[in-house]
Design a protein around this ligand. Structure first.
Ligand code: ADP
Ligand code: CO
Length: 307
């Protein structure tokens, strides 16, 4: 999973995954997600992470993976980032490996590109690199006031799995969209501008860049052949109305949309209540979750392991 460009994400506190891996816990590799046994592509992706762990630790036994997502799965809220980062950490630990964050981010990348950035907390940059060694993530510096006061308002219109997964959607866009090259060029420029804005705590610059960058990505999917979009009509309606609200009131609020129909509004703590009320009036059926910057991956011992 080697990307075309560097990228940046914000790890979120309230969208996370808990995963336990037990080598020798099943006769063959087994993935249980939210108490359902998954096979097919979901298992294949998880096994890529587990295979790498087995080869690093020189073990052969099958893995039982038990995972719980505190985030809707495959709905554009980055369950793959959360889930595969948790899997990398849990599998390495279960195999007795001691890996640093750089190594864990490379391991998580085997399951999902986005997971590369989700080992660390706060703002995280994925260095695209050119091979397995050089493609990893690291936290980036941000003004402490910005990190403390940034809020993400997740507006969920649909928690159903999207019809085209992120990896397949991006592969089709890269192979066929005439806007893909322009998008990667733009993404490099955006990141160059974003890094100093984060350091200086310039939230308006951060929001403007994030919003423009996300929309440019969605423009590239519309130009793929066959064309596709992750947007629902309500996705576009919210993006437009947020722009109007910002113009009219001066509230610093920006929209960003991952590969899915749901919108994440970026804002600052003092504006959250006002935005919540506005959303209740304008989008009464949407499910709204407010969250903030989250910590790095952590290990929890279960009762069973303590005994
Ligand atoms: P999303 O927008 O949720 O990130 P993706 O298409 O990128 O959607 O990835 C969704 C896929 O990630 C799931 O179909 C599954 O294969 C994988 N996934 C999500 N959560 C977990 C988890 N906790 N453990 C293992 N794999 C997971
Ligand atoms: Co994903």
């Amino acid at each position: 999973m080697l990307p075309a460009n560097d990228s940046l994400s914000l790890t979120l506190a309230d969208f996370y995954t808990e995963t336990r891996v037990t080598f020798g816990g099943a006769a063959k590799d087994t993935l249980r997600l939210d108490d359902q046994t998954l096979t097919g592509p979901a298992l294949t992706k998880a096994v890529k992470v587990v295979d790498q762990v087995r080869s690093l630790a020189h073990i052969q036994s099958a893995a039982l993976i038990e995972s719980y997502n505190h985030v809707p799965t495959a709905a554009g809220l980055a369950s793959s980032a959360s889930g595969m980062a948790a899997l990398a950490g849990a599998a390495a630990k279960a195999a007795g490996l001691t890996l640093d964050h750089r190594q864990l981010s490379r391991l998580a990348r085997r399951g999902s590109g986005s997971a590369t950035r989700s080992i660390d907390g706060g703002f995280v940059r994925w260095f695209a690199g050119h091979d397995d060694d050089s493609s990893f993530a690291m936290p980036v510096a941000a003004a402490p006031e910005l990190l403390a006061s940034i809020r993400v308002v997740a507006v969920v219109f649909s928690d159903q799995p999207k019809s085209i997964g992120s990896t397949d959607g991006m592969a089709r866009t890269a192979a066929t969209s005439s806007y893909f090259a322009a998008w990667t060029e733009r993404a490099d420029e955006d990141l160059t501008l974003l890094l100093p804005a984060l350091r200086q705590g310039d939230f308006r610059a951060v929001g403007t860049i994030a919003e423009g960058n996300a929309l440019a990505m969605h423009a590239a999917t519309l130009a793929a052949r066959p064309p596709f979009t992750y947007f629902l009509p309500s996705t576009l309606a919210l993006i437009q109305q947020v722009g109007q609200l910002r113009e009219r009131t001066g509230i610093p609020v920006y929209a960003t949309v991952d590969a899915g129909p749901n919108v994440k509004l970026l804002t600052l703590a003092p504006y959250v209540t006002q935005l919540q009320l506005w959303l209740q009036t304008e989008f009464p059926t949407a499910q709204v979750t407010i969250t903030h910057a989250g910590p790095e991956m952590s290990y929890h011992q279960t009762r069973k392991e303590e005994n």
